[in-house]
Design a protein around this ligand. Structure first.
Ligand SMILES: NC(=O)c1ccc[n+]([C@@H]2O[C@H](COP(=O)([O-])OP(=O)(O)OC[C@H]3O[C@@H](n4cnc5c(N)ncnc54)[C@H](OP(=O)(O)O)[C@@H]3O)[C@@H](O)[C@H]2O)c1
Length: 283
């Protein structure tokens, strides 16, 4: 079985991004800027934000870290977003999710200027994606497409199944596969027999958020399996798929860790650069 090494794909892509950032700096005498807003003290979110800031530095993107306390009101958070929307040194804005329960993620994301929406989550950017004219798209599903392309795994005409239909992963994933001319089926928690659907697929992307939910019996022989899930269990990190079982069954699969995870931040860096280039071209 071919192990789809997202870390290697990510490293190569980051080197490309770094040289594009350097060209951008030469042309516009400034660095692309990403504002990262985090509210509260969710430990996993802090780790993600720290990694995002470090990764920005590595490729030459300036990051602006806004750490707000858990009691921050909606009015205060919206005021910060308005300020960032108008700040010329900020090209991309990312609000780390989940937010504390008293804040509506939908309302906060909607306040981000769509042309600074580094996560591609605003209704305008989702609409562009779903009308087949993507501007920036959610990072994780875009990362999955990049991994498949890196390994020359063609999607055109293939039966692809996406397990999960979240706004951030499943839905945009299905749409990106459709844009690659795949025949796409989406399974979710109300699908009576998920396994019967996944067994028909040439390529399966699993984003159900259920630790080790699927194994060899759930995939046809020589399928390509991409595992988006990530879970911190007492015995370590795992995905939604029982990777070990695939070794003598699948054609290719992503491990956890080292598969889809590393690509998510890489695409965030690319989205920030793309937004900076577009904003600069419009000035
Ligand atoms: N590697 C990365 O960078 C990265 C990034 C984002 C997310 N993740 C991981 O990816 C996983 C999914 O994330 P998410 O944000 O999309 O999660 P989510 O918002 O919880 O969505 C999970 C989706 O899976 C469906 N589902 C749940 N149980 C199912 C089952 N038994 N059979 C079929 N479908 C089922 C749900 O269906 P309903 O819609 O019917 O509820 C929902 O659409 C999580 O483990 C998350 O940690 C990883």
């Amino acid at each position: 079985m071919l192990v789809l090494n997202g870390k290697a794909v990510s490293e190569k892509k980051r080197a490309d991004i770094k040289s594009r950032v350097s060209l951008f700096k030469g042309k516009y005498s400034r660095s692309p800027g990403l504002a990262v807003v985090i509210v509260g003290d969710d430990p996993a979110s802090h780790v993600y934000v720290k990694n995002k800031i470090k990764s920005c530095e590595e490729v030459g993107i300036v990051s602006f870290h806004h750490q707000l306390d858990a009691q921050t009101t909606e009015t205060e958070l919206l005021a910060l977003i308005q300020k960032l929307n108008g700040d010329k040194s900020v090209d991309g804005i990312l609000v780390q999710l989940p937010l504390p329960p008293h804040l509506s993620a939908d309302k906060i994301v909607a306040a981000i200027r769509p042309d600074k929406d580094a996560d591609g989550l605003t209704v305008e950017n989702m609409g562009l994606l779903f009308s087949g004219k993507p501007r920036v798209v959610p990072c994780t599903p875009r990362g999955v497409i990049e991994i498949l392309k890196y390994y020359d795994i063609s999607m055109a005409g293939k039966n692809c199944v996406v397990v999960g239909r979240s706004q951030i992963v499943g839905r945009p994933m299905a749409q990106l596969l459709l844009l690659e001319d795949a025949t796409v089926t989406v399974a979710h928690s109300k699908t009576p027999d998920v396994s019967a659907i996944t067994r028909t697929a040439d390529i399966v992307v699993v984003a159900a958020g259920r630790p080790r939910m699927l194994g060899a019996d759930d995939f046809k022989k020589n399928a390509v399996v991409v595992d988006v899930g990530i879970h911190r269990l007492p015995d370590g990190l795992c995905g939604d798929v029982r990777f070990e079982e695939l070794k003598s069954h699948a054609h290719a699969a992503t491990p956890v860790p080292g598969g889809v995870g590393p690509m998510t931040i890489t695409i965030l860096l690319e989205n920030t650069l793309v937004l900076a280039e577009k904003l600069q071209a419009g000035r």
